[in-house]
Design a protein around this ligand. Structure first.
Ligand code: C5P
Length: 258
């Protein structure tokens, strides 16, 4: 599988015709031409649970900032046509990173992940088609690999809704009362932990996000509309770095020692 560059010759994305943003439905019609695969990386969080002085996506990991690993993986992928990185307007770190092919920085981060993704989709709207696939990936998941990107694309590219990487839950799950006492056990059958990338077509994704409030991933915006995104088994390595101790594990994975 390779990127669908045949539909749009190599050149600046801004040379492409504006996307038709009207007349789409949340379940895509068969496209007139091959859609492209575009990465959108929200990276405007401050990572408060890490307790570090800098946003966690810039924390050093195996010799370079965490976000650089993520950008490099997408930039090196033969399947990905373009990469958009959403940072906050006040970001003081991004300019220190090396420029990467087909990668654009959008300084339009919002107060929530949902706002950052929505702003990124709006900012790229004139450079993409409404049926292009957008792979939204957390900057804080440095364990993403070419194999996982290819697996997600191959399972989801013909799906009428879209889909996401996720892991079947293996632990026994407890729902607690307000004081950390187990109230009951939640059956884990059919339970999955959502990961990223989450892959949806541009126009339906923008519309779904704009019609949902307080969601923590893209798939839930579609679920609220009664649609069923496809779950594709991801990898434990693709975990989200959240707490300080996660850095050590992520570093071991990146160095190939775990
Ligand atoms: O905070 P959390 O770990 O859930 O963030 C997931 C991803 O969303 C991270 O890559 C983070 O930088 C991004 N994010 C964002 N804008 C925000 C909050 C989080 O782009 N306001």
């Amino acid at each position: 599988m390779t990127a669908n560059n045949q539909r749009q010759p190599a050149g600046p994305l801004s040379e492409r015709s504006p996307s038709g943003m009207t007349g789409f439905s949340l379940i895509a019609d068969p496209p007139m031409s091959l859609p492209r695969f575009i990465a959108l990386i929200p990276a405007a969080g401050i990572g408060s649970r890490m307790g570090s002085p800098m946003p966690k996506q810039y924390a050093p990991l195996a010799g370079k900032p965490m976000i650089q690993h993520v950008m490099q993986t997408f930039s090196d992928s033969p399947l990905i046509d373009a990469i958009y990185l959403v940072v906050s307007a006040a970001d003081g770190y991004i300019d220190a990173l090396p420029a990467m092919p087909r990668t654009r920085i959008l300084r339009c981060g919002g107060a929530t992940r949902q706002a950052s993704v929505t702003n990124g989709l709006l900012a790229m709207a004139h450079d993409v088609d409404s049926d292009d696939w957008i792979l939204v990936h957390d900057a804080a998941r440095p364990g993403i690999s070419h194999e996982l990107i290819e697996k997600l694309i191959s399972f989801v590219k013909d799906d009428p809704v879209g889909g996401l990487l996720a892991l079947p839950v293996v632990d026994t799950l407890k729902r607690s009362d307000a004081h950390a006492h187990a109230d009951h056990t939640v059956p884990r059958e059919h339970l999955w932990a959502a990961q990223t990338p989450q892959m949806f077509r541009h126009a339906p994704l923008l519309s779904a996000l704009q019609s949902s409030e307080a969601i923590t991933d893209e798939a839930s915006a579609f679920e609220r509309l009664g649609l069923k995104p496809r779950l594709v088994e991801g990898s434990p390595r693709n975990f989200k770095v959240t707490l300080p101790e996660d850095m050590l594990l992520a570093e071991l994975h990146l160095k190939g020692n775990a």
